[in-house]
Design a protein around this ligand. Structure first.
Ligand code: SAM
Ligand code: SF4
Length: 355
């Protein structure tokens, strides 16, 4: 007969102290006592757009054989969820262009049903949303980020090099119709969309969408020079403050954005300012690529290759150990400096590590 007595706490105090740790494995805590509760998973480095600040026109993508299968990605996510990750963001490249991607969402949605995960979400360029929004909503995806830097169709084509604004707008509409809350992410680009920030904000808030502005980051080589594109959000914010009343909000959505309420529109506006304001102190995130590399920081090169551990055994013990070991190396913060943007401060493109 199985003897469980050795596992039983022998005092009331031991039972109070030990029982919860037995039921739940220890959460992932980094060397700076930050709990890692947020995983961003890039399911592909491929994309149907070639945004000028993100990648070069002739971007070389990974050979498909290097990608982990959807089953493997699901297994890796499960390891993180078991170790206390509560929020999972699927990104890319463009996540919705990966073949059979809905299979992964179907599998991952079980963690929402079980209550192990608070949120399953995605960041998308919106090109495939009209097709997938209803099923995403059915699977429990409640909020998504759609990247959109302009409402001018020609400028949109120029920035994305191949996108169609009307298709993206239809995708956003489909998502909202399916009951998914949409947040617009816009990269602030000097001389490109800086005049559009205020009108886009009004447009988004009129449609019950929050908006977040992002500073361009020196990730990966592109065709131009990023110092030309860099618009500090402190400047964008000052300009907006001439026209709108911006009231700082305490809201955090688990990501790096700081929010204000725009009193005139009633909506929220977020600022992601890795360059003018360092947000690392409260970082709760790690990023996993489609090849199984775990990056502990978007702005650092150190990564743990989880693929070997994953494939070495069908049991999760090895890969869990590799994850714990990697988290023990999470650095205090990034060291982006836009003046050093050429060559890129970090050679990896955002489309590899995922936004
Ligand atoms: N393709 C999807 C999309 O565009 O939403 C998901 C991946 S994309 C890499 C994620 C986000 O990163 C987008 O909002 C995009 O604008 C942003 N991004 C890409 N390259 C960037 C860079 N160098 N600096 C700042 N943001 C960047
Ligand atoms: Fe593709 Fe997103 Fe990069 Fe644009 S920002 S090229 S949509 S991955």
């Amino acid at each position: 007969m199985l003897d469980l007595s050795a596992d039983k706490p022998n005092t009331a105090e031991a039972s109070r102290d030990e029982a919860p740790t037995r039921l739940r494995p220890a959460p992932l805590i980094d060397p700076f006592q930050r709990a890692i509760t947020y995983l961003r998973l890039s399911v592909t480095d491929r994309c149907d757009f070639r945004c000028a600040y993100c990648m070069a026109e002739d971007m070389q993508f990974l050979p498909k054989r290097d990608l982990l299968t959807l089953e493997e990605l699901d297994r890796l996510c499960g390891v993180f969820v078991d170790r206390g990750v509560r929020k999972l963001r699927i990104t890319g490249g463009e996540p919705l262009v990966r073949r059979d991607i809905m299979q992964l969402f179907r599998r991952l949605s079980r963690h929402l049903k079980s209550g192990a995960l608070d949120e399953l979400t995605l960041t998308t360029n919106g090109s495939q949303l009209a097709r997938f929004a209803p099923e995403l909503a059915d699977l429990g995806v409640r909020r998504i980020n759609v990247s959109l830097d302009t409402l001018d169709a020609q400028k949109f084509k120029a920035i994305t090099r191949r996108g169609d604004l009307a298709v993206v707008l239809a995708g956003i509409e489909a998502a909202q119709k399916a009951g998914i809350k949409v947040k617009i992410n816009a990269v602030a680009l000097k001389g490109v969309n800086e005049d559009e920030i205020a009108p886009m904000l009004v447009w988004a808030h009129e449609r019950a969408m929050d908006m977040t502005l992002i500073e361009v980051m020196p990730l990966g080589e592109i065709d131009g020079d990023r110092t030309d594109q860099f618009l500090p959000l402190s400047v964008a914010r000052e300009r907006l403050a001439e026209r709108f009343t911006l009231t700082p909000l305490p809201d955090r959505t688990g990501g790096p954005a700081r929010y204000v309420r725009v009193e005139e529109t009633g909506g929220r506006l977020g600022f992601i300012t890795p360059l003018t304001h360092n947000f690392c102190e409260s970082c709760n995130r790690v990023r996993l690529t489609c090849t199984g590399k775990l990056y502990m920081c978007l702005g650092q090169e150190d990564a743990a290759d989880l693929r070997a551990a994953l494939r070495a055994s069908p049991d999760d013990a090895l890969v869990t150990r590799a994850v714990v070991e990697a988290i023990s190396r999470k650095p205090k913060g990034h060291d982006f400096v836009i003046e050093r943007a050429r060559p890129a401060a970090v050679p990896r493109h955002m489309s590899v590590t995922g936004g």
